[in-house]
Ligand binder design. Structure first.
Ligand code: MG
Length: 242
């Protein structure tokens, strides 16, 4: 792992990485929420005559709701949906999502966050999610880790992922340069956004997509789970925090 990491960091011109912060995506990284999102999207879209298979939802993860709806609408009918219908579909999707039990924290997430905290690293969240209760929930499951000033949510940005804007805003909020950070992402479009922001990106494949969906977008390292990343963290830190 150490040699592989060294090769990777050098190949990506990031051998000067001096870690000060880790930027986390939320859905599918800190919470196991994607299965419910996928089911809710599939059901809501079917109700409006659209075919969006559950697995495909994982490919679009990170997009705004309207972007996902229009992508499917364009594919099936060659036109965008109206704003009213987009709102309607998205509300049905949200209602279905809220019917499911609240998502559990991802196994391994808390142990990783505690290691980062103990090393004095800044910890940021960069999510397309826009729930107002987000910080309360995060504080319940991951006490003492997150702060509002170090969060980028749907309320902060104009463009969702795969645009680099959310991650660039994370750098700005943290007073950070790209080469002082790594991103942890589970979604192909999230990896694309982070790489477009110039940040070393660790992908965790917590869903049903093939690893290539993440590596094709330029993920620098890939782990099969948050637990595996947490277990490997001491070795990574030895390279990045020497
Ligand atoms: Mg995600």
């Amino acid at each position: 792992m150490q040699q592989e990491l060294k090769n990777k960091t050098e190949a990506h011109g990031n051998d000067s990485l001096r870690l000060r912060a880790v930027l986390f995506d939320m859905d599918g990284v800190l919470y196991n929420s994607m299965p419910s999102h996928a089911k809710a999207w599939h059901r809501a879209m079917a109700e409006f005559g659209y075919d969006l298979p559950e697995e495909e939802v994982y490919m679009h993860e990170g997009r705004t709701g309207s972007s996902t709806i229009n992508l499917v609408s364009q594919r099936q009918y060659g036109v965008d949906e109206t704003e009213e219908r987009i709102e309607e579909i998205y509300k049905v999707k949200s209602d279905y999502f809220n019917e499911y039990p609240p998502a559990e924290p991802m196994p391994g997430a808390l142990s990783l966050l505690r290691q980062l905290k103990a090393r004095g690293l800044k910890i940021l969240i960069v999510t397309g999610s826009g729930q107002h209760s987000l910080l309360d929930r995060l504080n319940d499951h991951f006490p003492g880790i997150f702060s509002r000033e170090l969060m980028v949510t749907a309320f902060d940005v104009k463009h969702g992922k795969p645009d680099p804007e959310p991650y660039l805003m994370g750098l700005q909020k943290g007073g950070l340069r790209a080469e002082e950070c790594v991103v942890v992402e589970n979604a192909p479009l999230g990896v694309r956004a982070a790489k477009a922001a110039g940040i070393f990106t660790i992908a965790v494949n917590t869903g049903p997509l093939p690893d290539s969906a993440l590596t094709d977008e330029g993920a620098d390292l890939l782990f099969p789970s948050m637990q595996a990343l947490s277990d490997a963290w001491a070795g990574l830190a030895a390279t990045w925090m020497r």
